[in-house]
Design a protein around this ligand. Structure first.
Ligand code: ADP
Ligand code: ZN
Length: 306
């Protein structure tokens, strides 16, 4: 059986087709994938719809950049909500695919999709609670708690958690909403603005990564205290600086200072804060998983008002 997945990003839309036996026991095999640049919805959505119409897919999942409306009782369920991205505010992205393809469409944030993929097939397999943190153009946190993806008033926005400043950091921050949030201090664009060069060109500058780990470790320590995840999957463009993993683990240990008493935060911390096991694919596989759950658990009924 074929299924579709979309990783909807502010720069590009990844659209892919997966092959599955329909069970969550076996990992979906990606059989085709395209990248569509994110222009206006009027240009981008028809191109994506045309792609999926060429395949006989039974279900589709979308992991979407946010903020999004995940409340199934809301009139704007399935929409991107208040985004500065021209044309996309209140775009009914899930509805566009449901109407065009007439199949169940699963919908969640990109990071919730990614943690779902990692829980079902990847590094957090079997966990009841786990989080996925992406450190890229922004910082996003997908939260899976007690066997469910966390939604709420809106959805968690862990990237905007407030942090204590590094004593040597005089950068004013890069978030228009908060002076001291994780995204504004530690996402890729913040690194670039603070140090005057793209993060990838700063690989050999120890002080850059010390400061980066100082911020990421604070955020992670707070997520540990609030969500008590059994696994933390850490990824995004900035984490391609692999040296950060060891630095972050060490600093998380130091910040928590033995208070959370578990071997995962001590001897086994290198198995606790990890890179995804799904390589570069947690987002797209997670999106497909959202689609599979939608067809089995929800059967798409909310869209037709039943
Ligand atoms: P997005 O968050 O838009 O999905 P990415 O996860 O690829 O995209 O993140 C892009 C950010 O990651 C950019 O700010 C870029 O500077 C940074 N980045 C990409 N590759 C590297 C690298 N090898 N080392 C450090 N930073 C990187
Ligand atoms: Zn912020």
């Amino acid at each position: 059986m074929l299924i579709g997945g979309i990783e909807a990003g502010g720069t590009k839309m990844v659209c892919a087709i997966g092959e599955t036996d329909g069970s969550l026991e076996t990992e979906v095999k990606i059989v085709d994938r395209i990248f569509v640049p994110t222009k206006s919805p009027e240009e981008t959505l028809p191109e994506m719809i045309q792609y999926f119409q060429k395949w006989d897919i039974q279900t589709l999942g979308i992991g979407c950049f946010g903020p999004v409306d995940l409340n199934r009782n809301s009139a704007t369920y399935g929409c991107i909500t208040k985004t500065p991205k021209p044309g996309w505010a209140y775009c009914d992205i899930a509805g566009a695919f449901t109407n065009a393809l007439q199949i169940p469409v699963g919908f969640d944030t990109d990071v919730n999709g990614a943690i779902l993929g990692e829980v079902v097939w990847g590094a957090a397999k079997g966990c009841e609670s786990a989080i996925y943190i992406t450190v890229g153009t922004g910082i996003g946190v997908g939260v899976y708690c007690n066997g469910k993806l966390v939604h709420g008033l809106v959805h968690p926005e862990g990237g905007h958690i407030l942090l204590e400043r590094h004593p040597g950091d005089h950068f004013k921050g890069n978030c228009p909403f908060h002076a001291n949030c994780a995204e504004g201090l530690a996402a890729g664009p913040a690194i670039e603005k603070r140090w005057g060069k793209p993060a990838i060109e700063l690989a050999d500058k120890q002080e850059v990564w010390e400061m980066e780990a100082f911020y990421l470790a604070q955020a992670i320590a707070n997520y540990v205290l609030c969500y008590s995840p059994q696994k933390i999957v850490l990824w995004g463009g900035v984490m391609h600086q692999k040296q950060l993993f060891a630095m972050v683990r060490e600093k998380v240990k130091k910040i928590l200072n033995g208070y959370v008493d578990h071997e995962m935060l001590d001897a086994q911390i290198d198995q606790y804060i990890v890179a995804p096991a799904l390589g570069e694919n947690p987002g797209i596989l997670g999106a497909m998983c959202l689609g599979m759950l939608e067809s089995t658990v929800y059967k798409g009924l909310h869209r037709v008002g039943i």
